[in-house]
Design a protein around this ligand. Structure first.
Ligand code: GLN
Length: 299
């Protein structure tokens, strides 16, 4: 009976109600709005003004299947396959983490502090490429490089850079195990002015509080660390920076707020100066940055 009703305003209401057992009312409405805009290019406001828009049977089926996935807590970004990040449209799939609003803040923090000049930048563990591409879009004169251990992440990041006409040099690099530097096309080692990373930092303890939509669908390799070595990626990046970050160069990290003191101590131990913690919009200490001091540079 309901399937014969093809009026979008009605269908939206019905599907929003269907989701009440799974999401709160506001979120259910937002999710349907995202799906409708993605599939049919009809914004929430347009639908309010024109609720009688009619769908074809195959369009209804699309919406129906998507709602079915939402009931399994599949993140809506993996259903639509796109996210917006700093005004850029980025493709995502389960090989990469869905960019978080905090990470948009990290890009803003860096671009607010750095001048748009001839900077050489490296984003380690780039995933969808969001940080690297976001930085390139705002620091247009910078030479942006990005690495990841996963070939499928590099593929999607490259697609995203190309789709947004941003030049970023991507390469496979295993920050935990490789002693290799990042090299330019001629094979010469690149020395960086800025190294940035949002590495895995979620501990097993935090994991218990995480929602099913993250746990069941997002790549665990991009999220989790063991409780006995929660800072291992940061240590590896700081070690890498001994040889690959210029003296006076800056490091910017997204961090687990429960490790903020250890992070400051670690940066101190590696000889960084002007170390600062920065809170995110939810008042959690989410970022740390610092400069590499002269006398600790071996180069
Ligand atoms: N902020 C992300 C989350 O809470 C984690 C990102 C990360 O591990 N780097 O899901």
């Amino acid at each position: 009976m309901e399937i014969r009703n093809n009026i979008l305003g009605y269908l939206k209401k019905k599907y929003v109600q269907d989701l009440f057992d799974y999401y709160d009312e506001r979120e259910a409405e937002q999710l349907l709005s995202i799906l409708i805009e993605h599939f049919f290019s009809i914004t929430r406001n347009e639908l309010i003004l024109n609720p009688d828009y009619r769908l074809s049977e195959s369009e209804i089926l699309k919406l129906h299947m998507a709602v079915k996935e939402l009931k399994k807590y599949r993140p809506v970004q993996y259903i639509t396959g796109v996210v917006e990040f700093h005004g850029l449209k980025l493709e995502v799939n389960p090989d990469v983490l869905i960019p978080r609003p905090e990470t948009e803040e990290l890009v803003k923090l860096i671009t607010d502090r750095e001048k748009d000049s001839d900077l050489t930048v490296l984003d380690i563990g780039t995933g969808s490429g969001c940080i690297a591409i976001g930085l390139k879009s705002l620091l247009t004169r910078a030479h942006v490089n990005a690495s990841d251990i996963s070939q499928s992440a590099i593929n999607i990041a490259q697609t995203n850079a190309d789709a947004n006409y941003m030049e970023v040099a991507f390469q496979i690099h295993d920050i935990l195990n490789s002693k290799e530097p990042i090299r330019d096309k001629k094979g010469k080692q690149i020395l960086f002015d800025i190294i940035v990373s949002n590495p895995p930092y979620v501990t097993q303890e935090d994991k218990r509080k995480m929602h099913q939509n993250v746990l069941d669908y997002e790549p665990h390799s991009a999220l989790f660390v063991t409780d006995n070595k929660p800072l291992k990626y940061y240590e590896a990046i700081l070690n890498f920076s001994k040889e690959n970050l210029k003296t006076g160069g800056r490091i910017y990290f997204e961090i687990n707020e429960s490790r903020k003191n250890e992070m400051v101590a670690l940066m101190n131990q590696f000889g960084y100066s002007d170390i600062k913690l920065v809170k995110d919009l939810r008042y959690k200490s989410r970022f740390v940055f610092g400069s590499k001091k002269n006398h600790h540079c071996r180069a």
